[in-house]
Design a protein around this ligand. Structure first.
Ligand code: PLP
Length: 374
């Protein structure tokens, strides 16, 4: 089965991992620090690595101080972790509908959802296209809420030349194998605000305070460390950080390939009836993570099944988050976000990854054309 996304591993990646295995460090060591410095160059802001994109979200919400009684406004057009990270800290999740064009959270819907309890507004850069953070930040400032960008799809994207990582107060990344580059499992939080990135660092290290200047009992002894706020062990091992740094050296190559393949899809699918193609905002230079087409005329399920039967691993990203039974059981009802539901009903992600060959892409296009009858 041709997958919809997968990693690209070459000899330089293997060499970096083997060198890490041969070193004195397996878990947090010099390669984690090195990877965080490499990430900062891409994200434009200091970064703390964690074990995956889900824990990045949990750590970011914790750093934002999200707790029981708070509200977090987010998009339903995402992987469940964008919402569950806040819910697990006791927040009430409020879903704001998405824009028809980008499937990113609609700032007007966010504005309508604000209350005095809104602590965080969490956007997702769907398919690699940054959300409208300039508007979201203005809205956040007026409401006293922080902006979180779930950039699991968009590391490497730019908005008016500004890297994803600088657009929100807190930005989270995932390095799962289908993402723009990989560490196997892995993730990170970036922040333009030093106090927030420090809180993330402490949270991902079980809450341990090791700086004497910050200790309540600094004279206890050289072994002493103390916990002021609960945290978890979300540390990324050095072995995986080594892979991350090697992969980051190839990020430009990955971006160029994704751009080439997206442009080819745009061209080869332009005249296929019954399809709506993703659009491009001119101010954005995206790291195209997904190629999400909309299959019209109620044929998405049929097209999904027939593509899969033909060995082409298309995917659907995503069911609206509040359709998950865990939210349904909390009283969330279908119909809440009509744009997101309409998008979900038609969405189909075509294979897109750096090692996808032009020939395999031609096969995807021909199969789709055959099904849609052009
Ligand atoms: C938008 C979004 N947020 C969060 C995550 C969670 O990342 P991870 O799979 O690394 O936990 C993913 C990836 O699945 C994602 O696509």
């Amino acid at each position: 089965m041709l997958p919809y996304g997968r990693q690209s591993i070459d000899a330089s990646d293997v060499e970096a991992v083997v060198a890490a295995l041969d070193s004195d460090w397996l878990t947090t060591g010099p390669r984690v620090a090195g990877f965080e410095a490499d990430l900062e160059k891409v994200a434009g802001a200091p970064c703390v690595t964690v074990t995956n994109g889900t824990t990045a979200l949990h750590a970011a919400y914790a750093a934002a101080g999200v707790t029981t009684g708070d509200e977090v406004v987010t998009t339903p057009m995402t992987f469940v972790a964008t919402a569950s990270g806040a819910a697990m800290l006791g927040a009430k999740v409020i879903f704001a509908d998405v824009e028809d064009e980008t499937a990113n959270i609609d700032p007007a819907a966010v504005e309508a959802a604000l209350t005095e309890r809104t602590r965080v507004i969490a956007a997702v850069d769907y398919a690699g296209v940054p959300a409208d953070y300039d508007r979201l930040r203005k809205i956040g400032e007026s409401a006293g809420a922080l902006i979180l960008g779930d950039a699991a799809h968009s590391i490497g994207s730019l908005d008016r030349g500004r890297p994803v990582g600088t657009l929100a107060d807190l930005t989270t990344f995932s390095f799962f194998p289908t993402k723009n580059f990989t560490t196997g499992e892995g993730g990170a939080v970036a922040s333009i605000r030093p106090e927030l990135i420090e809180r993330v660092r402490t949270f991902r290290t079980v809450g341990l305070v090791r700086d004497r200047a910050k200790m309540r009992y600094p004279d206890e002894g050289g072994w002493h460390q103390e916990v002021h706020e609960f945290g978890l062990n979300y540390r990324l091992p050095d072995v995986l950080a080594a892979l991350g740094s090697a992969q980051l050296r190839r990020l430009g190559e990955f971006k160029a390939r994704r751009k080439h393949l997206s442009a080819r899809y745009d061209e080869l699918l332009a005249d296929v009836p019954g399809l709506r193609l993703p659009t491009q905002r001119p101010e954005v230079d995206p790291m195209r993570h997904l190629y999400p087409v909309r299959v019209l005329d109620g044929r998405r399920r049929e097209v999904f099944d027939r593509m899969r039967a033909a060995g082409i691993g298309v995917q659907v990203n995503y069911i609206p988050v509040y359709w998950h039974p865990v939210f349904e059981d909390l009283g969330y009802r279908r119909g809440m976000c009509p744009n997101a539901e309409a998008f979900y009903a038609e969405e189909l992600s075509l294979p897109l990854f750096a090692d996808l060959s032009d020939d395999d892409q031609d096969r995807v296009v021909e199969t789709l054309r055959g099904i849609l009858g052009s």
